[in-house]
Ligand binder design. Structure first.
Ligand code: MLT
Length: 265
């Protein structure tokens, strides 16, 4: 079911009486990157996805986004849907949102799933790259920027073997609002570093990383996971940065067993 909350497109499936999971997608994608997870998990869980402001079907507005405003949006959805202790699951930029949301309001979540993401903020080189991205969108358009950015998010194996699936995601991302994409870049460049908070995380945490993730590689994610007390870490063979989409069956299995262990408490 689709609903609109504060100009954000929110999608729910499954029985509202079940335990809930809220999924936060990566950049510059939309809620559909979680389709395979929703299909499997909505049998037993109330699943919520949404399009981050500026991406997918959510309204872009002025594009003046911050990581804090992205967390505010997540909180509004949780409030409006009256979710009680959802599991929070985020990939990459969705992971930055999830980590900061956990830092701000950990007591509101039952457990955390971090896919292909990191706690580190952008260093100077990273900030300059974001600025170059914005300049390139201004000069050459969002399609061109997305066309260069998105291939880095997938393993070569996936792009070769699942060409139609990959191209569908690429075309969808290319149709993103330029103001929305630039707003996402600014929000990521300005985000805080959540590394110091990692040892304070009390909720059970599942950490998933594609073996061939070029943006948040396994060594970076392992080090993040090691700093979280109650965490388990899995590397997904032959997948890239979009592991839940590239290797849905394996990721679903990891999520299912993690959820079975922790969602009953
Ligand atoms: C994402 O997948 O959300 C982005 O690659 C994150 C980033 O650019 O830091």
């Amino acid at each position: 079911m689709k609903t609109t909350i504060n100009n954000l497109s929110v999608f729910t499936s499954g029985n509202t009486n079940n335990k809930s999971i809220i999924f936060v997608h990566g950049f510059p994608f939309d809620h559909r990157m979680w389709d395979a997870q929703i299909e499997m998990l909505s049998e037993d869980y109330y699943c919520i996805t949404y399009d981050i402001r500026g991406l997918g079907e959510s309204l872009t507005g002025d594009g003046q986004f911050t990581m804090e405003s992205f967390v505010d949006d997540l909180e509004t959805i949780i409030d409006e849907l009256k979710l009680k202790l959802p599991v929070l699951c985020g990939l990459s930029m969705g992971g930055y949102i999830s980590l900061r949301a956990t830092e701000r309001m950990e007591k509101r979540f039952r457990a955390l799933i971090l896919c292909d993401t990191k706690a580190l903020a952008d260093d100077n080189a990273g900030k300059i790259k974001r600025a170059e991205g914005i300049k390139s969108i201004n000069e050459n358009g969002v399609e061109n920027f997305v066309g260069q950015f998105v291939p880095n998010c997938f393993s070569d194996n996936f792009m070769m073997k699942n060409k139609p699936g990959y191209e569908e995601v690429l075309i969808r991302s290319k149709s993103s609002s330029p103001i929305g994409v630039k707003g996402g870049l600014l929000a990521m460049a300005g985000r805080t570093d959540t590394t110091a908070f990692l040892p304070n995380i009390l909720i059970p945490t599942l950490v998933i990383c594609g073996e061939e993730d070029k943006l948040t590689p396994p060594d970076v994610m392992k080090s993040m996971s090691d700093q979280i007390n109650n965490s388990e870490f899995h590397v997904i063979d032959r997948a890239g940065h979009m592991a839940p989409l590239e290797a849905a069956d394996i990721v679903n299995e990891k999520m299912r067993s993690f959820l079975a262990e922790y969602s009953e408490h």
